[in-house]
Structure formats: C-alpha cells, structure tokens
Design a protein around this ligand. Structure first.
Ligand SMILES: Cc1cc2nc3c(=O)[nH]c(=O)nc-3n(C[C@H](O)[C@H](O)[C@H](O)COP(=O)(O)O)c2cc1C
Length: 333
C-alpha cells in the first residue's frame, strides 16, 4: 500500500487496510471467515452498546469474543456521554483490543435517540466528554469514525470545530466516511475530502466509503495520497477475500465452499435460530458476485430456517451461474 504517510507511522496498525465495523455482519463468525483469507491489518467488531456490553460473556458472545487467528480486532463502541466508562473499560480491556473506536457516524434511529453516532458528533460538549473519559481509562489507540455532520450551508465550519475538539480531547486517528449525517449510502462518498481533511488535522485520516478495491484508489490516487489507511465495508462482505486479493488479484476462490464455511462458522457461534438473520444479511451482499444474484437474494430472503436457506444457496451456486466481473455494490441497502 502506498497510501501510508508519515502520520500513520505513529499508529501500531501497518500497513493499514481495515475491514469496517458493520452491525449484523462483523461478528466473530465473519471475522473468522475473513481471517481464513487474511490480508487486512485490523478488523472491527460490530457497533457495541457500551451499556449492554458489560453484561455479555466475553468468552461466548459472538459480538465480542475473538479467536487468536483474527489478529488485530478494533472494538467499536456506542457511547453517549451517559455511560460508566470505567465499568465498560473493565470489561473491554481484558479483551486486548487493537484499538477502541467511538462511533460518531451512525445515523440509525436507536443510536441517535440514545445520543450516540451522529448525535454525539453534533453535541460538542458530549463529544469532548466521551473522548476525554475514554482517554483517561485507555492508553491505547483511540479512534473515531465520523461523517461530515449535518448538511448545512458552510458545513465545513461546524465540521472543523468538531475536528479541533477531537484532537484536543485526546483521540489518535479519524476515519472519515465522507457523506452527510442523514445521507445513509445515497449519492457518492466525496473522496476529494480525504486530502482536505488530512490538510486540516494533525491526526492520521483513514478513508472509507464506496472503496471497491485497489482500482478505486488507482482511479484517483491523489484523493488518497494523504490518507493513513483504507477502510472497506460492503465490498468485504461481497468478497471476504478482498484484502487477501488486494496485492494478489489472481487469487482463486471457490464461492460455494466459502459460503458453506461461513454457514458452519455462523452456526457454531450463534446456534441455528440466531444464525438466520446474519446469514440472510451476508447472502444478500454475497449475491452481488453473480450476474443474476437477485435470484439468490430473493430465494433466500424469506427462507424460514437456516437449512432451507442453505439448500437454496447450494442449488443456485452449484449450477455454475454467471459471475459479475468485478462485482459492484448493491442498489438496495
Ligand atoms: C450492514 C452494515 C452495517 C453497518 N454497521 C456499522 C456499524 O456498526 N458501525 C459503523 O461505524 N458503521 C457501520 N456501517 C457503515 C460502514 O462501516 C461503512 O462506513 C459504510 O458501509 C461505507 O463503507 P463502504 O462503502 O466500504 O461499505 C455499516 C454498514 C453496513 C452496510
């Protein structure tokens, strides 16, 4: 990766290719699948509600448990300013996180109403408090994942105010998903803003949003030349081998075998009943590998059990269906 800059040299993650935090996806089973392929620098957990996390069994919960082969795992927290940080850290630090990430970009209703995600980014007092509270208890790498804030005229001014707060409160790294708070995945991510942010902060900046692989960077290298790393979300669900293939584009993959291995991993960590939701979500994205993937998606969407879903998936994938080359992001999210 040529996107590493001096600023990144201070971080222990290098070279920096990150699998994004994704609720419903980056559980222990998915992290295990990704680890089979390797090639990433670190992988995130799903967004973990600080308050609930303290009740999870760290050895069993598929949200927080980790296997040695996963390598560096970054734990992402939903914090609101109302949390007992020392208690959360007591629970979290024995898991030896590679970094802790505070979510400041999620716009989901539950997260916003709790005062986390984009609501935390908006609330300057709580933003400073949360970062300082975590910093007091945690000496490791402290990261924040942000969007651009509210889409208002001259949004750059309130945005940069928050960047100053983030720096002054003790964070180490910023990941930018350059879309506005209410935009979800609509319109394109504004890649030109990575350099702009890097020019306006002393912190390393990690680039995220609509990055499909090395080709995205090759198309516009100057947008990425000041960034400290690359974070990929949805494309890593579609191609869990994406990071392994980053420098090895000829990598051969058996799509059905990979899907079946993930099925086994999910069942092992979640049990049959709870595996159904994550399996459907994974398959929705995985279907993007196929020219007629919507048939797989539609067939599996309403499957009543994991076994029924497995049968549909085997039927579809073993019929040598036409592939998409290269796959793209889904239109439905
Ligand atoms: C299914 C799904 C779940 C997500 N959950 C989270 C989350 O828990 N925390 C977070 O910060 N972002 C979450 N995101 C956003 C991603 O981390 C990432 O910022 C976004 O997908 C843009 O990157 P991409 O274009 O590479 O997918 C989620 C995205 C998806 C598709």
């Amino acid at each position: 990766m040529q996107v590493l800059k001096d600023k990144a040299a201070t971080t222990p993650i290098s070279p920096t290719l990150l699998c994004a935090p994704m609720a419903g996806v980056t559980n222990s089973a998915f992290r295990r699948l990704l680890a089979d392929f390797g090639g990433y620098s670190a992988i995130y957990t799903e967004l973990l509600a600080g308050r609930q996390m303290v009740h999870e069994d760290a050895g069993k919960s598929p949200y927080i448990k980790r296997r040695a082969e996963e390598g560096k795992v970054i734990y992402q927290l939903l914090l609101t300013g109302q949390d007992s940080i020392p208690r959360i850290m007591d629970h979290l630090l024995p898991l030896n996180p590679a970094a802790i990430d505070i979510n400041c970009g999620c716009g989901g209703k539950y997260v916003r109403q709790a005062g986390g995600g984009v609501a935390l980014f908006e609330n300057r007092g709580n933003l400073a408090k949360v970062i300082k509270d975590v910093r007091r208890e945690y000496a490791g790498l402290l990261m924040l994942k942000i969007r651009l804030g509210r889409e208002v005229p001259d949004w750059q001014k309130p945005f940069l105010e928050r960047i100053r707060i983030i720096e002054d409160s003790g964070a180490d790294v910023i990941t930018l998903h350059p879309r506005f708070a209410g935009q979800h995945m609509k319109r394109g991510a504004k890649h030109e803003l990575f350099s702009w942010l890097a020019d306006n902060t002393r912190l390393p900046v990690i680039a995220n949003g609509d990055i499909l692989g090395p080709a995205t960077i090759a198309r516009n290298p100057r947008h990425f030349e000041k960034t400290a790393g690359i974070m990929v979300g949805r494309m890593a669900i579609i191609c869990p081998w994406l990071f392994a293939a980053w420098d090895n584009p000829g990598l051969k993959v058996d799509h059905l075998k990979t899907w079946l291995r993930f099925y086994d991993y999910l069942l092992e960590d979640f049990g049959e009943k709870d595996a159904l939701g994550p399996l459907k979500l994974f398959t929705k994205y995985y279907a993007q590998n196929y020219a007629f993937g919507h048939i797989l998606y539609t067939a599996t969407r309403s499957a009543p059990t994991v076994q029924a879903l497995r049968e549909q998936a085997i039927r579809f994938m073993s019929a040598q269906p036409a592939m998409t080359e290269p796959p793209t992001l889904p239109v439905i999210y």
